[in-house]
Ligand binder design. Structure first.
Ligand SMILES: Cc1cc2nc3c(=O)[nH]c(=O)nc-3n(C[C@H](O)[C@H](O)[C@H](O)COP(=O)(O)OP(=O)(O)OC[C@H]3O[C@@H](n4cnc5c(N)ncnc54)[C@H](O)[C@@H]3O)c2cc1C
Length: 379
């Protein structure tokens, strides 16, 4: 039996924070939207699950009743070196904690209520076409067509996306892995701690329920040097930091196994490819320590929605939308991404980190300045 190809004004590849927020904003302005998501909601993701307060009003405007969810509000920061030194700092803007399981689930529920077509367990495998003639989207559940395509597929660019070489080259030529646990432990609900260890760091902060997110990022080399054995790496490397040893050995782990992602690279990518708009991690990302990636993805969705609505209302051409989105993206994130790369160099090396933290401990003003580079302004 022949199935009919469904047509939409906007197709969004990837239903994480960036894609879902974009879909909601477009649907609110009567644009017909489809979101393709290869996973099935709700599901867990490797993420530190700390969201900078810059995004709070935006999420509430989209319809997420954050104030009613009794989420932990975080205004205290601790950063430790593996030599046991802890820098304490009060966060001016701060953030809140919510698991990706809950956040993405709330967002998809809002999107569905606003009329977005969400196709789950559906991997987009190819996209053909262009702005002038429209796009054909091939997916694991069939073919679709659309006027506009947006890529919010996260860190891993699918094969049909062609990025410029300089956009794919990694700032520090490193391949990272991310590991996440949910734990129950004795820890203040208003605090986030970042614990350095050799070639990596691990964050801990409270999320919804009575869970804490314990999530770390380290080089793939670190895992290789420990026989690709996560437990062995934790015991040999992470436990060198006394704070981490304490959390790992004195907490209850909610799930027996961690969630792990590999082949993670942090690089400035680009805001479009062959007339496809890119946003969220697909457009560029920096290490979580330096950039609050979720807030960057949400902010990008707002900037892109503004440009696409002007296009759909006939107020600007497709070409103008591409150019204006690119300009807005660079203005919003250019400095933040550059600062993130420099900031990253301070961490991961035992002696440098220890010295940097002791210096920052003497200069709260400088610490505030550096922290503010990683948190944007409210939007
Ligand atoms: C270890 C680690 C810790 C982090 N901690 C934090 C933190 O505490 N705070 C913070 O703000 N940021 C953090 N980040 C960054 C944050 O997770 C990302 O910036 C954010 O998830 C980006 O959102 P996104 O919507 O662009 O991508 P994602 O949330 O990754 O969503 C992309 C979606 O696209 C889907 N997809 C991919 N390809 C296809 C396809 N071909 N077809 C259909 N669907 C597809 C995927 O299944 C996925 O659901 C962390 C990152 C890492 C690695």
């Amino acid at each position: 039996m022949e199935t009919q190809t469904e047509h939409f004004e906007c197709a969004i590849i990837g239903g994480g924070v960036a894609g879902l927020c974009l879909a909601i904003q477009l649907a609110e302005r009567d644009v017909s939207v489809v979101v393709f998501e290869k996973g099935k909601y709700p599901f867990h993701k490797v993420c530190g699950e700390y969201i900078s307060m810059e995004s709070w009003p935006f999420l509430e405007r989209l319809g997420l009743p954050l104030s009613e969810l009794e989420l932990p509000r975080i205004n205290s920061l601790g950063i430790s070196s593996d030599r046991g030194f802890m820098l304490d700092h009060r966060l001016e803007m701060g953030g809140f904690g919510i698991s990706r399981y809950s956040l993405d689930h709330h967002l998809v529920e809002i999107a569905l209520r606003k009329g977005v077509r969400v196709v789950q367990e559906c991997r987009v495998t190819d996209v053909h076409g262009n702005a002038a003639n429209g796009f054909q989207i091939r997916s694991s559940v069939g073919d679709f067509t659309s006027k506009v395509v947006c890529g919010s597929y996260g860190k891993y660019a699918p094969q049909f996306i062609h990025l410029k070489e300089e956009a794919t080259s990694n700032a520090d030529n490193q391949n990272y892995i991310g590991v996440k646990y949910h734990i129950k432990t004795d820890f203040p609900s208003n605090r986030i701690e970042l614990h350095n260890f050799s070639d990596g760091y691990c964050g801990i902060s409270k999320v919804d329920r009575d869970w804490y997110c314990l999530c770390y990022l380290t080089t793939a080399r670190n895992l290789l040097e420990n026989g690709k054995d996560v437990k062995q790496m934790e015991e040999r490397v992470l436990y060198q930091n006394p704070f981490l040893k304490n959390y790992f050995t004195n907490s209850e782990f909610v799930h027996a196994q961690p969630l792990i992602i590999s082949n993670v690279q942090f690089s400035k990518k680009q805001t479009g490819s062959n007339d496809i708009f890119l946003l969220g991690d697909a457009a560029g990302s920096i290490t979580p320590l330096c950039g609050n990636g979720m807030s960057m993805g949400m902010r990008a969705s707002k900037m892109l929605a503004e440009q696409l609505i002007l296009f759909f209302n006939g107020k600007q051409t497709y070409g103008q939308a591409i150019k204006n989105y690119h300009l807005a993206w660079n203005a919003a994130f250019g400095t933040r991404i550059r600062a993130g790369y420099h900031l990253q160099k301070l961490f991961g090396k035992s002696r440098t980190t220890d010295l940097a933290l002791k210096l920052l401990d003497q200069s709260p003003w400088l610490t505030s300045k550096l922290v503010s580079l990683t948190h944007g302004s409210v939007f």
